[in-house]
Design a protein around this ligand. Structure first.
Ligand SMILES: C[S@@+](CC[C@H](N)C(=O)[O-])C[C@H]1O[C@@H](n2cnc3c(N)ncnc32)[C@H](O)[C@@H]1O
Length: 222
């Protein structure tokens, strides 16, 4: 990283404009959230326990709440993100903030029917341990939906840059974010992700969405 660019942090400045940032930098942001919701609606009872890992500003949790899911939880390491999530979610349920946890590590002593981790695991250094904790907290036949930025070839990266340019980001903004994320976002290849998920113990692993290196995996615990 060059000296004049500060490392990427999920602080107050990003938290307050998170959805706009996500739409401009994450291909298929809303499409993946909608796919996630549809899968949960089809496969998890409305009183099933669901947690969103890296819930950020709470977009997915709000969407799930509107689909009548009753036992929703969020976890994020950023206090600033959770502040925004709490504000957004308390508009629909004043008790929601008590189900949002601030932690760098996964929750202990809870069991879930489904766990979501969209665009978050690539920020977590102790990936294997985090995945194992997720796996251990799922019921048998529980669902895990994971979206990761994966390693891009130069060909794919060029198309990703075009995607951002089409979102009206300047070349300076695109380059600066790339530098800020160096050493913070750790992408693996698709194959490495599949190996990691298999080694963790997941049985059925499918790719359910992929665009420009952003890949969504649906995994089922045996
Ligand atoms: C790109 S955002 C995730 C977007 C979100 N899943 C959505 O659907 O809008 C990444 C989030 O991961 C969080 N994060 C980074 N490291 C984390 C960790 N160790 N544990 C939990 N959350 C973490 C960040 O604070 C940020 O809110």
């Amino acid at each position: 990283m060059s000296n004049d660019v500060e490392e990427w942090v999920f602080g107050a400045e990003i938290a307050n404009r998170f959805t706009d940032e996500a739409e401009k930098h994450i291909p298929d942001y809303w499409r993946v959230i909608e796919l996630t919701i549809n899968i949960l609606k089809d496969n998890v009872a409305q009183d099933g326990y669901i947690i969103d890992v890296g819930c950020a500003s709470g977009n997915t949790l709000l969407y799930l709440y509107k689909q009548d899911f009753q036992n929703l939880f969020g976890i994020d390491s950023s206090q600033e993100m959770l502040k925004v999530a709490g504000k957004n979610l308390s508009k629909v349920d004043k008790d929601f903030p008590s189900r949002l946890f601030q932690s760098k590590t996964f929750v202990q002593n809870m069991t879930f029917n489904a766990i979501l981790c969209n665009w978050t695991l690539h920020f977590i250094k102790e990936r294997e341990k985090y995945l194992k904790d997720i796996f251990d907290s799922l019921i048998s036949k529980g669902l895990f939906i994971l979206t990761e930025k994966t390693l891009q070839s130069q060909i794919t990266e060029n198309q990703y840059i075009l995607f951002k340019q089409n979102k009206r980001l300047s070349n300076e903004e695109i380059e600066s974010k790339k530098q800020q994320l160096e050493g913070v976002l750790h992408p693996l290849s698709v194959t490495q992700n599949l190996e990691l998920l298999t080694n963790t113990g997941f049985s059925q692993i499918e790719i359910i969405n992929a665009r420009l290196g952003f890949v969504t995996f649906l995994c089922i615990k045996p």
